[in-house]
Design a protein around this ligand. Structure first.
Ligand SMILES: Nc1nc2c(ncn2[C@@H]2O[C@H](COP(=O)(O)OP(=O)(O)OP(=O)(O)O)[C@@H](O)[C@H]2O)c(=O)[nH]1
Ligand SMILES: [Mg+2]
Length: 478
């Protein structure tokens, strides 16, 4: 089967069925009234990640995906049948983009994940729906909602635990065939591998998926050779195994060329844990081996493994190093899953309301008891060395807390009596302040008393209505 990692799909959801106009006609039932049912709703277009696919080749042959439309409403107030959903089965690791190929809609990263891409139209209401006291025989119904139509770009990024990268002919496919049951094409010409190959590797107790990616050459990020589009498959890998052909001359330079390509590609590939291996050790003359290994170590700045895909030398050590990285990543993922969402799904309404899904989840280290930690913060236990500094910091703070600054208002001044023991100048000062405050209060009171009144004027007294009798008496001068 051919490998295909990009596909364009035209998708359309189902339209809603039209509402029905019908009237009830039955023997002995006069004025039967409206009787038309609603239309059925159209099917959705749903993407589903499945684990038995590893290519998007199906969408090369089936580029149009269409959900079924809803059936129209029927008489006797029968609702039309809903349309079937169209399920787009995609391999795990597929990313679905808008037509521009850049706006990500959803990353189908887990098996069984489902996502509704297009919503089916709702069915139109039949005339029975519009029956009311003022319109007892409506002779109209609504049409169903239109279908949605869109173009999607699917991009597959294989979910492999580790990726093999290197120049063409570095021995990547040979390595994969040695450590797994995969049988990629091997030949001594460049670009033998034209598409990624996967193999399952078993080391001790761990199984992992290893991807053999097509070779990279200088300028791959500009499209030279096969380009760098297959590097997308290494984006999700926990570790990268960088193979260097040991029979070549400039191993250090070769390493740097590939590193430059990884950096030019971006997407965090250059920061991934990398294991470097000098391959084809069986074909390297012994006198050159140490020199080449040293040159490569100098170029990459860390340990270099010496291996051979043909003789199997050093392979187990490399695999174990890869397993360490993979296990660390798996552990990280498991912790993310545990901490990333509430453990139990709330079932009742009260439970649902009590969960704050927006709150950041901060995992607490189990070794530190929260109570003990709080106590230690509240009461710092100064050591002999720290004692003076701690006291120096805490005393003024305590004083400040004990004597909060009071705003010297007139009232507060009145309340604060001079200290009984204060004598001489201090007592005189306090007395004067008291007298001033009292004078201020008197002044304020006086001002309030004679303050001209503002606001609404007093309402005029209502005119007294005289009775007709009183008016007559007034005229007569009584
Ligand atoms: N002596 C020796 N030859 C090797 C070793 N590994 C691979 N070769 C040879 O190197 C050549 C290329 O090997 P491949 O495995 O196809 O290399 P590749 O990296 O997959 O190359 P591309 O698919 O073109 O990128 C083949 O002729 C292999 O027989 C090794 O460990 N020792
Ligand atoms: Mg190959």
């Amino acid at each position: 089967m051919r490998f295909l990692d990009v596909a364009k799909v035209y998708a359309q959801s189902g339209a809603g069925g039209n509402g029905c106009i019908a009237f009830r006609r039955e023997k002995f039932i006069e004025y039967g009234g409206p009787y038309g049912g609603d239309g059925g709703r159209g099917g959705d277009v749903v993407a589903e990640a499945v684990d038995n696919l590893n290519t998007l080749i199906d969408y090369r042959f089936q580029q149009h995906v269409k959900a079924q439309s809803g059936q129209g409403g029927l008489g006797k107030v029968m609702t039309g049948k809903g349309g079937e959903d169209a399920i787009m089965k995609v391999p795990v690791g597929t990313q679905i983009y808008e037509e521009d190929g850049e706006t990500l809609i959803i990353d189908m990263a887990t098996v069984g994940q489902r996502f509704r891409l297009l919503k089916g139209g709702n069915g139109g209401f039949g005339n029975y729906h519009f029956k009311s006291s003022t319109n007892q025989a409506p002779d109209f119904a609504l049409p169903g909602q239109m279908a949605e139509e869109r173009v999607f770009i699917l991009k597959l990024k294989l979910i492999a635990d580790a990726g093999l990268i290197g120049m063409p002919n570095a021995g990547k496919s040979t390595f994969l065939s040695r450590v797994s049951a995969a049988r990629p094409k091997i030949a001594d010409y460049p670009f033998t591998t034209l598409e990624p190959q996967l193999g399952v590797v078993k080391v001790d107790e761990t199984d992992f998926v290893l991807a053999d990616l097509p070779g990279l050459i200088e300028g791959a990020h500009e499209g030279i050779g096969l380009g760098d589009r297959f590097l997308g498959h290494a984006e999700r890998c926990a570790s990268i195994l960088h193979l260097i052909d040991g029979t070549g001359d400039a191993v250090g330079k070769t390493y740097k060329v590939i590193r430059a390509e990884l950096e030019a590609y971006g997407e965090g590939l250059a920061e991934k844990p990398e294991i470097v291996a000098l391959n084809k050790v069986d074909a390297i003359p012994e006198k050159d081996l140490a020199k080449k290994k040293a040159a490569l170590e100098k170029a990459c700045g860390h340990k270099v493994h010496v291996i051979s895909g043909v003789s199997g030398e050093g392979i187990q050590t490399v695999l174990r190093a890869m397993v360490r990285e993979i296990n660390a990543r798996r552990l990280e993922r498991a912790q993310e899953r545990d901490y990333g969402r509430p453990v139990a799904r709330p079932r009742t309404r009260a439970e649902r309301q009590s969960v704050n899904y927006n709150a950041p989840v901060v995992p607490q280290p189990k070794s530190v008891k929260p109570k003990a930690a709080a106590e230690s913060v509240a009461k710092p236990r100064p050591t002999a060395k720290m004692a003076p500094t701690v006291q120096a910091q805490t005393e003024p703070q305590a004083e400040a807390q004990a004597k909060p600054k009071v705003k010297a208002t007139v009232k507060s001044k009145l309340k604060t009596k001079p200290k009984p023991r204060a004598k001489g100048l201090a007592a005189a000062k306090a007395k004067a302040a008291l007298a001033r405050a009292e004078a201020k209060i008197i002044e304020a009171r006086a001002a309030r008393k004679f303050k001209p009144k503002t606001g609404r004027a007093k309402a005029k007294p209502k005119a007294v209505r005289h009775s007709s009798k009183a008016r007559a008496n007034k005229k007569l001068g009584r």
